[in-house]
Ligand binder design. Structure first.
Ligand SMILES: NC(=O)c1ccc[n+]([C@@H]2O[C@H](COP(=O)([O-])OP(=O)(O)OC[C@H]3O[C@@H](n4cnc5c(N)ncnc54)[C@H](O)[C@@H]3O)[C@@H](O)[C@H]2O)c1
Length: 437
């Protein structure tokens, strides 16, 4: 087999990236600084935006597209010009929290139909150990009529991108690479080393690389679940979880995690891939699923405690107005998918509360399209709220003062500081009742 790295360097073949979302677009653009790249996506509107140097996920600036040798297309036959194909499509769960392989199967079908001999296909989508070889490879073989190992090779390289994080960007985080054999591993490593400035880590095989990625998110999910459980306990005890964590955090080996809502398409989703695999092997995971249940419960916990606090001031839920600030799944991103904040809104509405929502990073149109909710621009409204729930710590919200909140609230105002980012002493001194996880 010709060394694909050399073919790429001499521009005799291209690198393709299939699925240009949070993960795919940054990789495609990074490779396109050095090599000729094809960026394939099924969404024509998204392709059109990228051709105009707009990142549909709003993580990258238009200047990030400058000078990139990339051809954005929705035409899968373009893949035939490429011998190094990276697949970065979503791996969600369905409504029963089971892995939904639809996008991965569709992308594998597309790639298989356009696969040429002596190519390498690298999967980056997060899956359970075994999925790439058990689910994707048979599709590639069937659609291409080629045989894995003899005619084409496969690899897996999980992505560790962290939306909204401008520090731990693609090139600055060690990238795990794996291949179906030693030669493929070296080929894949060599190509990724061209862009990952901090280097790559060669995993011993594909399953190890798949498992390594999924457990990163399982571990984070469980650590947050523990903090959430502690926060429920300490609330009953009547002490501040934040103060407890600050005190405990003075020990060198105490891990610094905080309670909070766990949404998004990684931490709250990926553990189900592993538990699904475990169950298919006859083992029912105890701890991983307990963590998931607890983290999913936290939105209800926030809503119930908001109503309790209102009750302390004889404010009946059905006559109360609450503003929920922040609708996205995490701070400083525009992504509304899998956000747990909507569960707070629904729960409060079930209590009969008049709920308004707002978000500093997402437009009112997007909130309307996604949730069917009319959101407010609190800076232009003079509506007064009985409680404000600071659900997402978007940067502009972290700067709000007691004076700002006073202008938005009624008598005996309540602030629910879900993430614990506000100055509670200042708020309390100014007559606010403050509660948080
Ligand atoms: N977003 C993250 O922070 C993150 C971090 C690490 C790993 N991951 C993993 O990376 C994978 C991709 O996630 P993402 O967040 O980039 O997804 P995304 O939803 O942001 O983007 C996916 C893109 O793939 C396109 N697409 C879907 N099906 C396609 C198909 N059949 N052919 C071509 N294009 C198709 C969509 O139009 C979209 O542009 C997932 O497995 C995810 O778990 C995500």
């Amino acid at each position: 087999m010709n060394k694909i790295a050399n073919l790429i360097r001499s521009n005799e073949t291209k690198i393709s990236v299939v699925g240009l979302g949070y993960v795919g677009l940054p990789i495609a653009l990074e490779f396109a600084k050095k090599f000729s790249v094809i960026g394939l996506d099924i969404s024509e509107p998204r392709i059109e935006m990228m051709r105009n140097k707009i990142d549909p996920s709003r993580e990258l600036e238009s200047s990030d597209f400058d000078g990139a040798d990339i051809y954005f297309t929705a035409d899968p036959t373009e893949l035939q010009k490429s011998k190094f194909i990276i697949i970065t499509v979503p791996t969600p769960v369905d409504k029963n929290k089971q892995p939904d392989f639809t996008p991965l199967i569709a992308a594998s079908t597309t790639v298989g139909k356009n696969l040429t001999k002596d190519s390498i296909v690298i999967y980056e989508s997060t899956v359970y150990p075994g999925a790439t070889e058990e689910i994707c490879v048979p599709i590639l073989e069937k659609e291409s009529g080629l045989k894995v190992g003899a005619d084409f090779k496969i690899g897996y390289s999980p992505e560790r991108i962290n939306p909204g994080d401008k520090e731990h960007t693609l090139t600055k985080v060690t990238k795990i690479v794996s291949g179906m054999d030693e030669e493929t591993l070296e080929e894949i490593a060599e190509i990724y080393e061209e862009i990952i400035t901090v280097g790559v880590y060669r995993a011993s095989n594909i399953k190890v690389a798949e498992a390594a990625k999924v457990i990163e998110n399982v571990q984070r999910d469980l650590n947050i679940a523990l903090m959430n459980e502690l926060s429920v306990i300490f609330d009953k005890v009547g002490i501040s979880t934040r103060e407890v964590l600050d005190a405990a955090g003075t020990k060198w080996n105490f891990l610094k995690f905080s309670p909070g809502l766990v949404g998004g398409h990684c931490i709250g989703v990926d553990p189900y891939y592993l538990t699904y695999k475990a169950e298919s092997l006859g083992y029912t995971p105890e701890i991983i699923l307990a963590g998931r249940r607890l983290n999913d419960y936290m939105a209800k916990h926030v809503a119930v405690n908001t109503v309790k606090k209102l009750g302390h001031f004889h404010k009946v839920a059905t006559e109360s107005k609450v503003l929920v600030m922040g609708m996205t799944f995490k701070e400083n991103v525009s992504d509304l998918r899998n956000s747990k904040v909507i569960d707070i809104v629904k729960e409060l509405k079930d209590f009969g509360v008049d709920v308004d929502v707002t978000d500093a990073f997402t437009s009112q149109d997007e909130i309307k399209d996604f949730y069917g909710l009319d959101s407010v621009d609190y800076t232009k409204s003079d509506k007064k709220y009985d409680a404000i729930i600071l659900a997402v710590s978007h940067e502009p919200y972290t700067k709000l003062t007691a004076e700002d909140f006073a202008s938005m609230t009624t008598k005996n105002p309540i602030i629910i500081d879900v993430k614990g980012i506000l100055n509670h002493n200042e708020l309390t001194e100014n007559g606010f009742t403050v509660w948080g996880l």
